[in-house]
Design a binder for this molecule. Structure first.
Ligand code: CP
Length: 347
């Protein structure tokens, strides 16, 4: 693989990266984690600027990018979409309130070295795919790397930290049974970017992936097809079940997380009905990762969550704070994984 294969690339989904490239990002992330631990300077992005446009709230993503850029010698600049002329696609423009994506991208592209964007849900009226398409539009105009900090389809920064954490704990991907499961939350408006990117990443590096969710919580069929293809190419496997208990059997990695019902999305993907989405959620309150459910997985299984978790709904305090939980290592690995992505793309 050419060493400069990453420079100038966008990072919108791991579907745009080969297994070899994903493994390279991971090895850079581990090296940067070691360098931070030993106090070895690593100002790989000296004087560079990352613009971060947020349409949605964030704790981990914003702070890991800001801290990461500081540690790399550069600067991450926070832009609240409501405090700038909110970048909008043609058809969603409002005079003197929004600015066309092509104009924002060309402007920021002349001033900085990367643009990171978080957008899903209400800002695109829950039209599935519109937020991702807006990021693709940024890539057409910016001339500098665009990084997806979570859209309506993918969260590749979270996924890289997820598989980094598995590698750290299991020392291998081969033979690791990775269960991505839905979990109950009273909030119905959660994007499906985390589970979709997690199963793409886990299958891309050869794990045996199980996707467990109740009926009505199906993920994007294109993502499912990509996972099956990954499994075929890597020697891993991919299976789906509508039973939480079945999904937990044999799992070395348990990753239960709430996501929205398909019904929440506007037609033609769903019915656009919050009420219908809530009805499906509320039928499945038993999908909580408690001690009893954790005991159904392998003895030393790890519990993962991207955070924030809904305690008492998605997971019990005993599990997320317990000895099997790696959720906070996973949160820390956001920092190292994103530093790797930024230093490879924005050099
Ligand atoms: N996991 C994650 O993306 O966290 P934030 O929403 O806090 O950024």
């Amino acid at each position: 693989m050419k060493t400069d294969t990453f420079r100038g690339r966008n990072y919108l989904t791991l579907l745009d990266y080969t297994r070899e490239e994903i493994e390279t990002i991971l090895s850079v992330a581990f090296d940067l984690k070691r360098r931070r631990a030993t106090g070895e300077p690593h100002r790989l992005l000296d004087t560079k600027t990352l613009f971060m446009v947020f349409y949605n709230q964030s704790l981990r993503t914003r702070n890991s990018f800001e801290a990461g850029m500081t540690q790399l010698g550069g600067h991450a600049h926070f832009l609240d979409s409501n405090k700038i002329y909110s970048p909008a696609m043609e058809g969603r423009e409002v005079a003197y309130s929004t600015e066309r994506v092509s104009d924002v991208a060309r402007t920021l592209g002349r001033m900085g070295d990367g643009i990171a964007i978080r957008c899903y849900g209400d800002p695109v009226d829950w039209v599935y795919g519109d937020a991702h398409e807006m990021m693709r539009e940024f890539t057409r105009w910016a001339g500098i790397p665009i990084i997806n900090m979570e859209c309506d389809k993918y969260h590749p920064c979270q996924a890289m930290a997820d598989i980094m954490t598995v590698k750290e704990k299991m020392n291998t991907f081969k033979g690791v049974n990775f269960t991505m499961s839905w979990a109950y939350s009273p909030s119905v408006e959660k994007p499906r970017a985390v589970p979709q990117s997690a199963i793409i990443a886990a299958s891309a590096v050869g794990m045996n992936v199980t996707l467990a969710h109740p009926e009505g919580m199906e993920l994007d069929p294109e993502v499912i097809e990509a996972c099956k293809k990954n499994a075929g190419a890597t020697g891993g496997s991919f299976r789906m079940t509508n039973s939480f208990e079945e999904g937990l059997k044999g799992a070395h990695v348990v990753y239960p997380k709430a996501w929205c019902s398909t019904e929440l999305f506007k037609p033609p993907v769903g019915s656009g009905s919050v009420e219908k989405a809530k009805e499906i959620n509320d039928k499945n309150k038993s999908w909580i990762c408690d001690e009893e459910h954790m005991a159904m997985a392998e003895k030393n299984a790890i519990y993962m969550h991207c955070l924030p978790c809904d305690r008492g709904y998605e997971v019990t305090d005993g599990v997320v704070d317990g000895p099997q939980s790696v959720a906070f290592d996973e949160a820390e690995n956001r920092l190292h994984a994103q530093k790797a992505v930024m230093s490879l793309l924005m050099r």
